[in-house]
Design a binder for this molecule. Sequence first.
Ligand SMILES: *Cc1c(COP(=O)(O)O)cnc(C)c1O
Length: 389
Amino acid sequence: MSTSTKIDPKVPSAAKTVVPLLDLKAQHAVVKDEVAKAVQAVFESQQFVLGPAVAECEKKIAEYSGCPFGVGVTSGTDALLVAMMAEGIGPGDEVITTPYTFFATAGSVARLGATPVFVDVCPKTCNLDVSQIEGRVTGRTKAIIPVHLYGQCADVDAILAVAGRHKLVVIEDAAQAIGSEWKGRRAGSMGDYGCFSFFPSKNLGCAGDGGMVVTRDADRAEKLRVLRAHGSKPKYYHKIIGGNFRLDSLQAAVVTAKLPYLDGWTAGRQANARRYRRLFEEAGLVQEGLVGLPHELPDVRHIYNQFVIRVPRRDDLQAYLKEQGIGTEIYYPVPMHLQECFAYLGHRPGDFPQSEAAAKETLALPIYPELSDEQARYVVEKIREFFGR
Ligand SMILES: *Cc1c(COP(=O)(O)O)cnc(C)c1O
């Protein structure tokens, strides 16, 4: 815990970080012995590619997400890519997704030669506005990729209903949402595929890049396994073209070692979210409309990969907080439809107004499990100060 960091609110410390956006060293201090042991065991085995460490990680993550099958892959990005490859998605196909996400979601669609078709987000959750999905379905639509942004599930019931009516595949981008739930069902287990990322800053991070696809379908799992190893089955015989998308054994061992801690970390994040809500209300900032708190739906398990507020003068606030030693981030400053690389899609500012508004107003605050009460109070105090209240 970083509770030992004494903060003197009267001494602004431009050079010093008082509250980082994320403190992975605090986490490492707790898990380091177990992680070191797990890594050592892989070295002793000298099985660095697939093998028992990957198989165990797949079993554990599949179990944790309520799926019978897990296939370890190189990253969350490649999880999305290989899931679409398993469905044969390519040129001429359309995939419906959100413009308000990390680049990998739409980027993977485009890399396969398919067309990302955007649907705006709901202003409260920044997840897909499900009422607009059906209107974008055409004869070429193959899949819907909902993103469970910030650790809260998109409205999966509505998405599955549209997908069912039009025979579309649903690929959950659960890179920010491992362990999150929609009405008692785990993220990744509701669609045809669930994609996770073990990037270090995700809620369950490894020591580099890593990811996994989970699925309830044995045939799909088998196809994913073949695709992640060049489409080779049996070895050196290729009926389909795959790639090298294998999860490293060392990374798998790290993930497996950290998984038993995940629910405790999630509880820490949720407690921090409750504390922020209380502190912002006590400061009067919510009532005055200066700070919009993240909207938590009923019947969900929000795992708070991010705690994202909405504020006026967002960029000035971020700069001010930086001066005060507080780390924040903007997820995301440019929605996908306005990215230069997607200019060929022909979108203009105003096409997806909710995503564009979110890009101007959102700010992610430190929410990591080890954040102390004192640190959270300091963050809220400095925001109050910025708004002159
Ligand atoms: C992090 C992330 C990814 C990509 O995961 P990597 O492991 O970094 O490739 C994909 N989608 C979303 C929404 C993400 O946040």
